[in-house]
Each structure stands twice: as structure tokens, then as C-alpha cells.
Design a binder for this molecule. Structure first.
Ligand code: AMP
Length: 451
């Protein structure tokens, strides 16, 4: 069975800048929250592509000497987040290949839903795969395409894949960026102050490298970057937007603008809505850092209940979610979060987090706050119950491990030992992000999958 190894990731592309790989490096650094398992950069100097990729964090992988090797005016990069067990270096990106038209490299954020089918077809025709990545399908599709030019081959290849993809391709002289027709995953276009263009999963990458946001790459749109030209746009598909609402709930950085709106403001709106529909009397509102911070601010401002820092986060530890065993996850939650005893002792507290997945974090936090002397702990979640897994690029466990798919809110409340538990409902979530029509994918809360 093909593993999903291109889950929540970040992609970046820099074109037409003499320090392209350095800018890609800085961009990846600001996109590190989208994947901490592996990272890589491919650059082109016009005649040859160079690739460096490894396991670990962006800052651990690259240094000045390595970035100097990655010469040229264009570069693409990737940070990878995937489920446990797929930690082979081969599964890091960019995926690089030599083929009849020369050399190419690809980075991908999202999950291809027909990857297994396409791969089996390719294997029957003699293709040899090196990795479990669905992205490798694209290399084969492009290499085997009978079209003459790379642009035509890319279009040919993307028409054979389905699912979620924000892709950046690099050839020796061009760069291409494409978003699937539903635009599940974000991808924005910017202009670099002293020349060139950037595409990146989130706009926080632009801020760091001094680039100005131009617009989002549209769902179904392919952008072509060529020397001394403005990007050329091709509509490969009529857009049918189904943008991932979980980008707003948890995934994107609050200082990014995603799908045209400030992530921070959307999260504050969620907190404000939550305070209106699920009010509770308490002495203070505290966030589960860092994910719960903006919505806790929104909750506190809308309710008038003071906002306090009740939990301290140790920043020298990665996310708890990626550990393979439950024991490790439990231990890491303890290592990561500690109570501010003087602040919470003898107090009734409202704790805000963005989501409950397996329930591990909430249960630990309630216990920790009670052990620290909180008299009441009211858990408020700024999204609806996560009942269904994501097949479009967010790493969620199987349905049977999602606590909300097996237990009612009352049962979860009992399990996490809180005095009360309440979630934001779907309508209030959609209201918070100013949703129009059916433009967001909410499958993780509803089980309604478009593909
Ligand atoms: P759990 O302990 O399994 O209930 O995980 C809940 C915590 O994981 C919350 O604090 C969320 O901020 C965080 N979270 C939610 N979704 C994800 C995800 N896809 N990847 C990593 N962390 C997540």
C-alpha cells in the first residue's frame, strides 16, 4: 500500500534572484512549522540542477558552504512532515530526476488521492520507483509523456493526477507553480524587493525575505516563470474551490495571510464566536500554547474575562503529535507544557485549544491544571469535533483513533476530566472565516469528502 508521505508540508520557489538558494533557505525556515522531519533545496544555475536534502530541521541541514553549492538564480525548497515510519532520506524532497528533456526537480504539498492507481499502472509499464512518495508519480508521468515541451508535459501529467497539490517544478531554465482545481492547500505569489519572484505555502515566508505579496496562485492555475518576464498564467482547470479550513484552525502561522485573509484574525474570530455560543463563568481565559493563543485572545476580548498566561511552553521540543507510540506522546506533552502555579492556583479557568485529536493533550492539560490547584477547568475548543481523517494533506490518525469519532462530547469531557467541554460548531466556524458558498473543505469535521 502506498504510504501518504507528502502530508502537511511547505513548498517554496524563488526565481530570478542571484541568491535564490539563500532566499529559499530563509523561506523554509519561516515555514518550518509545516514540517520538521526533513527538508531540501534544489537550485539551477541555468545548465545544471543541484540538490541537497536531509532529515532534520532546515537550520540543521544547511550551512553557508552547502548553500554556496546550491548556485544559480532559481531554487525550490520543501519541508516535510509525515507520519511515523516513513523517515527514509529518499522520501525527502525535492524529488530530482534526469530524463530526455534534461533535469527537473519537484516539491509537493498535499496528497494525491489516485496515487496508488497511477503508480500500479506505471509499474505495469516498467517504471521503477525509489520511494513511497506520490510525488514520484509526477516524475514518471512527465518523463513518459509524449508531448514535446516540458510545459505541455506538466499539463499532461497533472491531468492524470487527482487530489490535493500545491506543486513547484524547477527545470534548468524555468520554474512552474501549480495549485489543484480545489485549491486545498495554499500557495501565494510574491515579488522580491531587489528582483525576482517567490511562491510559497504561506506569506510569512515573504515577510522574512523582504518580498511583497502579489496574490494567491488560483485553484487550477499554472504559473510559468521565465527569465526577464512576468509570470505567465495558464488556467489548467476551472476552479472549484475547497480550501482547507484546518489551515485557519491550526496549521498556518498566525502572521500569514492564507486564502486572502489574516490567520490571526480568523483565529481571534473563532475565539470570539466560541465565547458567544459556549459562555462559562470563570476567573481567567488561558490558551494552550501556541495553537490556542489567538482564539483565547478572541475569547477573552469578546467575553471580558481576563486573558492570562496559565501554561508555559518549552520551545526546545518539537510537536507532540508525531511520536509513534502513546507513551512517547504522553511524555512529550509533559515535557512541553508546564503550569504557571501562582497564576492558576485557586482559580476557575477556561482553557482554549484549537482542536482535540486523540485527546491526549487535553487530558494531560486538565490534570496538570488541577494538580496545580485550579478549582474548575473548562475546556473550550475553537473548532468542531475532529471526527474524520484528512486525505488531502493534513496528518490525522485513522478514524478509530479520533476521540470524537468514538465518543460524544459528554464522554470526551469525562475522559479528559474537565468540568465542562464545548466545541465551536460548523456554522460558527464558517462565520468566523467569512465563508461564502461551499468554498471550504470541512471533511475532518463532517466526513463529507469532495474526492
Ligand atoms: P491530541 O493530544 O491527539 O488530542 O492532539 C491535540 C493537539 O494536537 C492540539 O493541541 C492541536 O493543537 C494539535 N494538533 C491538531 N491537529 C494536528 C495535526 N494535524 N498535527 C499536529 N498537531 C495537531
Amino acid at each position: 500500500m502506498l504510504e501518504n508521505v507528502n502530508e502537511k508540508c511547505a513548498v517554496v520557489g524563488i526565481f530570478g534572484h542571484k541568491e535564490a538558494s539563500k532566499l529559499a533557505y530563509f523561506s523554509l525556515h519561516s515555514l518550518q512549522h509545516r514540517g520538521q522531519e526533513a527538508a531540501g533545496i534544489s537550485s539551477s544555475n541555468g545548465t545544471k540542477l543541484h540538490t541537497i536534502k536531509d532529515r532534520g530541521l532546515v537550520m540543521q541541514i544547511f550551512d553557508e558552504a552547502k548553500l554556496t553549492t546550491l548556485s544559480g538564480n532559481s531554487a525550490i525548497g520543501h519541508t516535510r512532515y509525515s507520519t511515523a515510519g516513513n523517515d527514509s532520506i529518499l522520501d525527502a524532497q525535492p524529488v530530482f530526476a534526469r530524463y530526455d528533456l534534461g533535469e527537473m526537480a519537484i516539491v509537493h504539498n498535499g496528497n494525491l488521492t489516485n496515487a496508488q492507481e497511477v503508480r500500479e499502472r506505471l509499474i505495469k509499464k516498467g517504471a521503477i520507483f525509489q520511494t513511497f512518495m506520490d510525488t514520484e508519480n509526477l516524475i514518471h508521468l512527465i518523463a513518459k509523456s509524449e508531448k514535446e515541451k516540458l510545459l505541455e508535459r506538466i499539463i499532461d501529467a497533472v491531468k492524470k493526477i487527482e487530489g490535493a497539490f500545491s506543486l513547484v517544478f524547477l527545470s534548468r531554465t524555468k520554474m512552474f507553480a501549480m495549485r489543484d482545481r480545489h485549491g486545498f492547500r495554499p500557495l501565494s505569489l510574491g515579488r522580491i524587493a531587489n528582483g525576482g519572484y517567490v511562491v510559497a505555502s504561506e506569506t510569512c515566508a515573504f515577510d522574512l525575505i523582504g518580498a511583497e505579496f502579489i496574490r494567491d496562485v488560483e485553484p487550477g492555475e499554472l504559473l510559468i516563470f521565465e527569465k526577464d518576464k512576468a509570470p505567465i498564467s495558464i488556467k489548467v482547470y476551472e476552479p472549484t474551490p475547497k480550501k482547507c479550513i484546518f489551515e485557519y484552525v491550526y496549521f498556518a502561522r498566525p502572521d500569514s495571510s492564507v486564502f486572502g485573509q489574516s490567520v490571526y484574525q480568523m483565529r481571534k474570530n473563532m475565539g470570539a464566536e466560541l465565547s458567544k455560543i459556549k459562555p462559562v463563568e470563570a476567573d481567567m481565559v488561558i490558551p494552550v500554547p501556541d495553537g490556542g493563543v489567538p482564539s483565547a485572545i478572541g475569547y477573552a476580548q469578546a467575553s471580558g474575562i481576563p486573558y492570562e498566561m496559565g501554561i508555559m511552553r518549552n520551545h526546545y521540543i518539537g510537536r507532540t503529535f508525531i511520536e509513534p507510540t502513546q507513551e512517547m506522546r504522553d511524555l512529550k506533552v509533559k515535557m512541553k507544557l508546564s503550569p504557571m502555579i501562582d497564576t492558576i492556583k485557586g482559580k476557575k479557568v477556561i482553557v482554549i485549544d484549537d482542536s482535540i485529536v486523540r485527546g491526549t493533550t487535553s487530558r494531560r492539560i486538565v490534570r496538570m491544571l488541577k494538580d496545580a490547584g485550579a478549582t474548575e477547568v473548562h475546556m473550550r475548543i475553537s473548532s468542531p469535533p475532529t471526527t474524520d481523517p484528512c486525505f488531502y494533506g493534513v496528518d490525522t490518525p485513522d478514524k478509530n483513533k479520533l476521540i470524537a469519532s468514538n465518543m460524544s462530547t459528554e464522554e470526551i469531557c469525562e475522559f479528559i476530566e474537565a468540568d465542562s467541554l464545548a466545541y465551536l460548531n460548523s456554522d460558527a466556524l464558517l462565520r468566523s472565516v467569512h465563508a461564502k458558498d461551499d468554498e471550504y473543505c470541512t471533511a475532518c469535521f463532517t466526513g463529507e469528502y469532495i474526492i
